[in-house]
Each structure stands twice: as structure tokens, then as C-alpha cells.
Ligand binder design. Sequence first.
Ligand code: SF4
Ligand code: FES
Length: 547
Amino acid sequence: MPNLTINGERYDFEKGETILQVALRNGVEIPHYCYHPELSIVANCRICLAEVWAPNPRTGVLEPGPKLFPTCQHPAADGQVVHTDSPKAMANQKAVMEYLLINHPVDCPVCDQAGECHLQDYSYQYGRGQSRFLEDKEKKPKKDLGPHVLLYSDRCIMCTRCVRFTREVTGTGELMVDGRGNHEEIDVFPGIALDNELSGNVVDICPVGALLDKDFLFQQRVWFLKKTPSIDGITSSGDNISVEHNEGRIHRIKPRTNPEVNRWWITDEVRYGWKFVHREDRLRLPTIAGRDPWALEAANEAWTTALDRANELLEASVDAGRRAALLVSPMLSCEDSFWLSRWVRSVDSKAITGVGPIPRHGEDRKFPGGFTVRAEKAPNARGVRRVLESGGAGVLDFKAFVEALRKGSIGVAVVTGNYPSEWITPELMDALGETPTVLIDTLPSALGSRSQVVLPGAAWVEKEGSFENVGGRLQAFERAIAPPDFARAEAQIALDLIAQLDGAMPPVFSAADTRREMFASGLGGFDSVHEPPAPGSQEPDMIYLEL
Ligand code: SF4
Ligand code: FES
């Protein structure tokens, strides 16, 4: 295999790789701004330049190149010797950093990017430490580019990543470079806003604080944020995401790179779709029809009484010779589905099961860069069906489930929701009629007002579990924040109900243990669920002081 040497270490490479790609793949840092693995190579920022020596093809003697080469663009070649730490390469790094900061306002204390800014990092690692520029700085405007993105032009280093993104990934081409030389600015074309379904990604790829997310503007200093690896809980894409939160509140969602699923991107729908998690009217305590709501202080009594009542309804249905019906929402995890099914079938082995409504918006849409926006707006329809089918009986789709309810032989319905917005259909309300109902949901609804028992569930960011995406890929996600007040993960609720029936202490729900049990009970695939590569929740490295 061909190899080259970078700063004294030898590395193998594949034909077609550039020097920078070989370095990044091997964890060698070479500073770079304009290079991005998903975008065309323009080599315009010049920070990655290195001294490259190569064997003379005639004599085989190692000779230096005539000038510094951009490592992002220069192909790796056998026998090459690359220096990014030689005096010449380092002088270039210092010069580029000085040039980029000439007109920069150096307003880090009020910049959202501070703490995760490549201009800050490279300034520290490769810069001069002081400016020799005494003239007036060029002042450039702030611009509103679209519904989600602001541009602070004077922080821009003209790497053109954002322009190339709209040309090559979305194909929408809203952004351009306007002007020349010192007066160059990024802008939108007149009358055209940066308003495509992937627009928020330009904020992620901007290496400095020029492009900012309106939703996150001045919300948090990034060093306070904890990052929990998760999976898109809004659509069927299975996009790998990082939930960034502090003191129990989510502040933003970012993509996690996964070349096999979402590559480097997420849709704005996934990026901003978590707001329902913090709705003021979230369900927080169980309720029972005909009884005054419990105060938060009586949470234990509320849960014990409501669990008792739910089990009584199930047992009464069996005693009356009728069947229970369990509707599992496609918003729930495989583990939720497993324990809910276990609970209902432990009381009524002939219970019918169904998958809740699967919202669809139009058709799948593929962008020129290969990213697909999924029309199916539920994360786990396939996983829920897979788990319910393992129970032995057939699994109904929502329409068939409603029809089965209408036939009138159902003695109790257990219905789960957990959708980001109102989801109860008139058909479901009508078909349920007077059927005793146990509802497990996160938001108030018309069905909640008429159910015998309502139990508050947890949104996907508030629990651990796994989803099966539209491509059949099973992926695990971790818990980022706690559910509000006394709400619980649906799997925990089911375990509590089972323990209450057995008169035992309920175990604490563990997604990993559940997956082992699922696999042992014959559910294929749960021994090899894709786990997030990062270790659990990351604590910030700031040391907190009590002031
Ligand atoms: S706005 Fe950001 S991504 Fe766009 S050219 Fe400027 S620095 Fe690069
Ligand atoms: S990263 Fe190589 S020139 Fe910009």
C-alpha cells in the first residue's frame, strides 16, 4: 500500500485521497477552514498549506516542492514527505491568521460561536498573538438571510462553505459571494431568502461565528451545554443527532456525523422539532376519571392509585369475557413497545394489538447532494410492529384497529400517543365510544378528557431506547433530560404495572437489559443495535464555583 510521511509519521493512503484527508483520517491535525468532506474543494482559505517533498521520478531523490501546497487539494503520493510544522508552513499559518483577523471585530464575548470557533482555536494554536493592523477596520452589516439564519458579515472569513452547501447539497443556490477583495460579502440573491428544508446546516458548517441560528441566539454559552447522543424522534429518517441541554432544558439539536445515515446533515424539521418537549401543558401526574386531580405533592399516591385502576380495568375486561386492545404509537421505542405488550398480554393473552397512526406529509424528497427528507413523520413504526409481532398474534394497522374497536367486543383499550402535536382522530374517538380506556400520553387531548385513566409518558429525549428507521436500521439513543415532574418512560410505566400485578417491587427500566431480554425471547436484531459511538452524556469541562 502506498504511504506518505506527515510531520515524521508514516501513514498508508488509498489512491485518490488528498494529504489533508489522510491526515484527518489518522487524527493528525492540519488547520483548515474551506475544506469540508461533503463539499467541493476550492482551496481558498490557504491555512492548510504545507511544505511537501516528493521523490524525483528520474533520480528517486527526495526534493522540496517549488512552493507551499494546499493539503486539502494536493493528492497524496507514494513517498511524499509533508511538513505542516516547518518554519515556512508555520509562517504561512501565522500570516493567514493575521490576514483573516484584519477586519474581524474580535467580539468573542458576545458571539454565540465562542467556545466552538475555529478562528478562536486556530488563533491560539497557529496565530501571532497580536495584531499589527493600526488602520480602521472595514465594517460590514448584519443580515437576516431567512427564517432560521442570521449573517454577521464582519465575522465571515469567506471560506464559501455556505455558498457551496446551497449549490451542491440542497441545489437551491440561495447564497452567493457579492463584491470583490476587501468588500466581498456573503449574501442572498435579491428577493430570495435562505429558506430550504436543510437551511440550518449552514450554521453548523460555518467555521466561525458569521452564520448564526436565530433560535439559539444568545440562549447559552456553549461550554455550559451537555451533549447527549440521540436519534431523530420526529421522522422515520433515523438521523443521528446530538441533544444539547443544560439544567434539564434543551437548547439546540445538532447533527452527529454518520456517513451511513444522515451524513453531516439534519432537516430544519428535526433541528427545531423538539419544542413540544417543554410545553407548559405537558402531562405531569396521572389522572383518574371522576376524581379531582392530585396535587404534585401527592405524586406517589396518584401513581399507585392510577396503576391499580389501570390493572382493574384490564382484569374486569377479561372477567367479562371480552378482549383488551393495545394501540402502540410509532413514536414509542422498541423497549416501550416490548414492555407494554408484555403487560397487556400478561393479563389478556388474546389481546389485540395495533400500531398507532403514522403521519405522512407528501412524498420523500431527495436533494441533489443525496440527502433525503422523509415523508413519514414517526421514528419507529417498523420497530413497534416488529416487537408486537413477536407476541404471536397479528398486528393491526391503525385503520384496522379502529374497525376492530367498532365491532364492540373490546372490554378495555390501552392507547398510547407521544406525538409532538394533536393526534387523536375523530374516527378513534367515535370507535372507542364508551369503551373503558387507559391513555398513556404526553400532551392533553380530547381523549384524555374522557379516558378512565391517563398516565403521563416521557418524550424520546427523556428516556433511553431504540428506534428502527425507514431503512430497517436499529439505533439506540440515550436519555438527555429528565421527564417533567412525575411523568415516566412508557417502558417504566409498563414495568410498574406488571410489578403491581405481581405484588413485587418494580425494577428500574434499562434499555440495554431490555434489548438483551428481547433478543433472548427470539427478537432478532436486538443483539446488534447500532449504539452511539460517543460515551454517554458529556459533562462540560468547566469547573463550577458557588458565588
Ligand atoms: S458565512 Fe461562514 S461559511 Fe459562509 S463564507 Fe463566511 S465564514 Fe464561510
Ligand atoms: S482548507 Fe485548504 S485551502 Fe482552505
